[in-house]
Design a protein around this ligand. Sequence first.
Ligand code: EBR
Length: 382
Amino acid sequence: MQEKGLSENTIFKLLRELHKKDFKYDSGGILSSMCTKPHPIAKKAYQMFLETNLGDAGLFPGTKQLEIEAVQMLGSLLHNPKAAGFIVSGGTEANLLALRVARNMYGVSKPEVIVPISAHFSFDKAADTLRIKLVKIELDENYCVKIQSVKKAITKNTIGIVGVAGTTEHGAIDPISELSEIAEANNLYFHVDAAFGGLTIPFLKELGYDIPEFDFKLKGVDSITVDPHKMGMAPIPAGGILFRDNSYLKYLEVETPYLSELKQATILSTRTGAGAAATWAMLKHLGKEGYKESAQRCIELTKYLAEEIKKLPLELVMEPVLNIVTFKVKNAEKVVSCLRKRGWAVSLPTYPKSIRIVVMPHVKKQHLKNFLKDLKKFIDKR
Ligand code: EBR
């Protein structure tokens, strides 16, 4: 650290230089991310609440109210206006909180949680932190968890099951209602990771897409992760964890003697209220209509991209259910690295070897047309 501070001009000159190195959502080059360019109103709300700390919520009762209302709005959308929870740092913290409740609720000495192999790696982090064994279940031909294998995996140590509504790699939706029934029949905790799908599926259903129930409508569902900083268009950090009601929170709370509130449930202690404010602003501003429009746009562009990829001709890994396209390419690593040199960031799923594109709200048709032109060049060259 230098002795004498730099001027504002110099600071911002240096910041701009490094910022230039980053990918920008507006270029369309970011095709691998589940985050997107935050909505201008969400950004404004975020800035307005930059100084707030929900870790000492008694000092910021207005911000706390925004968090409570944001959770209620998300809960209503997911068929449970009584849901209790928090706007946290992201899906990782949300999933960790869900497993923490399950572990503390059941008090089994060697707890096991059943997850599909498609579950996000945040569950590995949560399991390691909480000393839970994850029992990973294989997928069927639609990249959804195999129900029969879930049933077979239940032991006396099993405390919970996780289903994913919008898997990270393929956007597949596990058979949530079957999993919910299994959890109920075996008295197990059931968490739905809808970090990605939770702010898309309800709107696609309203638009007439045939997607089975995945939320609190199903009696066995105890908690849901739904991330405003993914399809919600809020800035990072804004994750969402919803529990069926506030009776779950006692399994998380620790005493916080010197603060303005006596108990705290989240992993982070000092935590921004800006994510809650931005989430609240987005849910209020866009309303169902706005989110429906965004979901429809993304899914239509996804279908366009999938059809064009088939024409190349390349084989899709699966027909898209949500706004993710995965397709098989020979020498995928090489193609990805060529694409990157041309300014396209796409990712390489683990199973099967393929290329993955997430069609987020910042992606425009023209971006996809340009991308397809480059992709064609690279696959022709191989
Ligand atoms: C992808 C996050 C991502 C974001 C990846 C930006 C690349 C980017 N996924 O450039 C599920 C189903 C996920 C997920 C993250 C998480 C963790 C949980 N569940 O803590 O907010 O797809 O990253 O969410 P996080």
